[in-house]
Design a protein around this ligand. Structure first.
Ligand SMILES: [Ca+2]
Ligand SMILES: [Ca+2]
Length: 130
């Protein structure tokens, strides 16, 4: 675990990098797709081991989380299959990251990193450039 500083534009640049972002979402999609059928069911999404990032979901009750997933699936299940496929997952992750980036804006924030989060990738990418 480590503490790093990120800002909105850093996150936006990462999401805009189709290759880096695609790699990350592919890897996490495979991790979440525990039965390997190429689609994420509601259960697979909700029981995910890796989180999109930090701790905002942990602050919410189970009921809130449950309805959050209802909304997420309804909104991003483009073909109405009841599950999230790879492309839908990418769109979903992108939307969440951009929302976070907008929330952070131009003032850098401290983030506590745990495991292989997307924010971690953002930071590694930028420290590699220096
Ligand atoms: Ca599956
Ligand atoms: Ca679908």
């Amino acid at each position: 675990m480590s503490v790093v500083v990120v800002d909105g534009p850093m996150m936006e640049e990462f999401v805009d990098d189709a290759e880096a972002f695609g790699k990350w979402t592919d890897k996490h999609f495979d991790m979440l797709d525990t039965d390997g059928n190429g689609e994420l069911s509601r259960d697979e999404l909700q029981n995910r081991k890796g989180k999109f990032s930090s701790s905002e979901f942990e602050l919410q009750s189970k009921e809130e989380i449950s309805s959050l997933y209802d909304i997420l699936i309804e909104r991003f299940d483009i073909d109405k299959s009841g599950t999230i496929d790879r492309q839908e997952f990418k769109a979903l992750t992108k939307e969440i990251m951009l929302a976070k980036a907008r929330g952070i804006g131009n003032s850098p924030v401290l983030v506590i990193l745990q495991g292989d989060s997307l924010v971690m990738r953002v930071v590694q990418r930028f420290s590699a450039k220096k």
